[in-house]
Design a protein around this ligand. Structure first.
Ligand code: ATP
Ligand code: MG
Length: 446
């Protein structure tokens, strides 16, 4: 039995009491059967949108009336309540042009993408599953509702949704569905980049993301063709036992499922094929590849209209991923000053994963990374000075000493460097004395 949360039960009760049949439907039923907490609960009902609006009054927000959707506000967030519908004609491999309302739950379930997403559950806890979703879920199979070619032709986003459900839920794609995914992949070219971005984020953070990417690089290549040259690219380099794509997938699988980290690992070597040279011994080198990879990553993320915070973080981590691990207090302090705690911790996670995906003889950097993390923890615990704001003197102090113009900023930055390097204590008197001494030197030299 699945526990429907109280606010959702209340919505079902209000609808049923008013004489309209109502069910929980789609992803929430699937997740509840799997014992995963659903992202959101959706309700479908025979009630028409205007009836839903009237029943829920102030709490009803008409978020998609044209498609029969009303959002009902509850203590636990908004619940989408949608009138049973069948889809009208599709155009351009995108969402349907029109929808028609129906009284048939089965018709509504038939318009849904995959059998595991096409189940409904009523207040009594009875499952309505005319398409065999429960059996597929139990067998771990992702299967289109109806003819896969037709369903992907109607709405090509389903191709990518299928891969992300596979990555998130660890399902195996039914062979007919899998063949149709490959066959119809080019239709994804008609899908709005924002919709692709939403699904791609869920795909890369799935537990089985690496397996899915390994099996479907051709699909990713429709919107990110830059990925394709990585596949099978021989590195000819003793640090590596895998080609660039296999290395990428091993590294991606080795970081926790956070969007920024997974995307960084997916793109960290994207520029390698453009930077390859072989030396006289036939060994491969990739001079300047982090900068090239960061450039391509930025272009690829912009193309999907990624939010700028995610984009900037990924570009930065890709650009930094091949730098040496800082091993000293000054080294870690400078990295912390440049990246901030969150991105420095992410960078260390990226380096850990990248190193774990190298040839077995070269996986010895883990200890170095542990050390860098220990130094970072210590610096943070001490409240060590890594920014101008934490410095024991201010610009005003330096003006009082007779400095002016850009010299003030330069002197502050030089003091910060000296403090981070351990050459000066972060104490007002010592810092002022250092500036006075410096000035005396400059004056006598001048
Ligand atoms: P999540 O856990 O990410 O919310 P979900 O399966 O609930 O996954 P939603 O996008 O919330 O996905 O959609 C809810 C339901 O609507 C799906 O389970 C599916 O039944 C149906 N659906 C959504 N998008 C499509 C689509 N493009 N084509 C057909 N049915 C769809
Ligand atoms: Mg959902």
């Amino acid at each position: 039995m699945v526990d429907i949360p109280a606010p959702v039960r209340e919505i079902l009760e209000i609808l049923e009491t008013a004489g309209h049949r109502a069910w929980c439907v789609g992803g929430c039923v699937r997740d509840a059967l799997l014992g995963r907490p659903p992202e959101d609960w959706d309700v479908t009902t025979a009630a028409r949108p205007e009836e839903i609006m009237a029943l829920f009054g102030d709490r009803a927000v008409p978020t998609g009336l044209r498609h029969g959707t009303v959002t009902v506000r509850t203590a636990a967030g908004g619940v989408e309540v949608t009138t049973l519908r069948r889809d009208g004609t599709y155009r351009d491999h995108r969402r349907p042009e029109s929808v028609e309302f129906t009284d048939s739950l089965e018709e509504d379930l038939r318009r849904r993408d995959f059998t595991v997403n096409a189940m409904a559950m009523d207040l009594a806890g009875d499952l309505h599953d005319p398409l065999g979703g429960r059996a597929d879920l139990a067998a771990g199979i992702l299967r289109c509702v109806g003819d896969p070619d037709r369903r992907f032709d109607e709405d090509a986003l389903r191709i990518l949704r299928g891969l992300r459900f596979t990555a998130q839920l660890g399902l195996a794609v039914d062979p007919d569905t899998a063949a149709a995914i490959h066959r119809n992949r080019a239709l994804l070219g008609d899908i709005a980049p924002e919709r692709i971005w939403t699904e791609l984020k869920k795909l890369v953070t799935g537990d089985r993301a690496a397996e899915v990417l390994r099996a479907y690089p051709d699909v990713i290549g429709v919107f990110w063709p830059e990925v394709l040259p990585m596949v099978g690219f021989d590195q000819r380099n003793r640090h590596h036992c895998y080609d660039v794509w296999e290395h990428t997938l091993h590294a991606l699988a080795a970081v926790r499922p956070e969007t920024e980290l997974r995307l960084t690992l997916l793109l960290h070597d994207i520029g390698k094929p453009n930077c390859f040279t072989a030396d006289e011994k036939g060994q491969g080198h990739f001079y300047g590849h982090p900068a090239e990879s960061a450039r391509l990553a930025g272009e690829m993320l912009s193309r999907l209209r990624a939010d700028s915070a995610t984009r900037e973080t990924v570009i930065r981590l890709v650009a930094w991923h091949d730098k040496n691990i800082p091993r000293t207090r000054p080294g870690v302090a400078h990295a912390l000053a440049a990246l901030g705690e969150q991105d420095l911790r992410r960078l260390l996670a990226v380096k850990r994963a990248d190193n774990l995906a190298q040839a077995p003889d070269y996986r010895f950097m883990q200890g170095e990374i542990d050390k860098a993390e220990a130094i970072l923890d210590q610096l943070l615990a001490e409240g060590a000075c890594v920014s101008l704001g934490q410095l024991g003197v201010t610009g005003r102090d330096l003006l009082a000493l007779g400095l002016s113009g850009p010299a003030v900023g330069q002197a502050l930055r030089a003091l910060l460097d000296a403090v981070m390097d351990g050459d000066l204590p972060n104490e007002r008197q010592a810092l002022l004395a250092a500036v006075r001494g410096q000035r005396a030197e400059t004056l006598s030299a001048g």
